[in-house]
Design a protein around this ligand. Structure first.
Ligand SMILES: [Zn+2]
Ligand SMILES: [Zn+2]
Length: 134
């Protein structure tokens, strides 16, 4: 094999890897669209992401970029669950009450009347109820 065909082979491999990553990213976006409501923040940078079939949940660590699914175990590369969790994380904010990350549109502002939180603190729905925020 000549030098250039080795280089060509490497280039093809890199390109195939990139195409595969893009396909996974697209599947991650699709998973978020379909089951985004079920993606839940666990703690720290860990998220629970439902499988595509809805049977079972995989734990994704966005810090280490790992996932508990078989696809990740066999390839060791970002799977669709990692991408879906990253989207959920980007669309979420930390609740001032419980510290959980909740989708921004579900959060409530604590408001000026609240004695426990600052005016611009945001609360998840259950903390909002617990602290009497309308
Ligand atoms: Zn996965
Ligand atoms: Zn909360």
């Amino acid at each position: 094999m000549s030098e250039s065909s080795v280089a060509q082979g490497r280039r093809r491999e890199r390109q195939a890897g990139r195409v595969e990553r893009m396909a996974r990213e697209r599947r991650g976006i699709a998973l978020y669209r379909e089951r985004g409501e079920e993606i839940e923040h666990v703690k720290g940078r860990t998220w629970a992401v439902p499988s595509c079939s809805g049977e079972g949940v995989y734990l994704v660590d966005l810090g280490a970029e790992t996932c508990g699914c078989p696809d990740f175990a066999s390839r060791g590369e970002n799977c669709k669950h990692v991408y879906a969790a990253a989207i959920a994380s980007a669309k979420s904010e930390c609740c001032a009450g419980c510290g959980k990350k909740v989708r921004r549109r579900e959060m409530r502002g604590a408001g000026p009347e609240n004695l426990t939180f600052f005016e611009d603190d945001t609360l998840c729905p259950s903390c909002a109820v617990a602290h009497g925020v309308a």
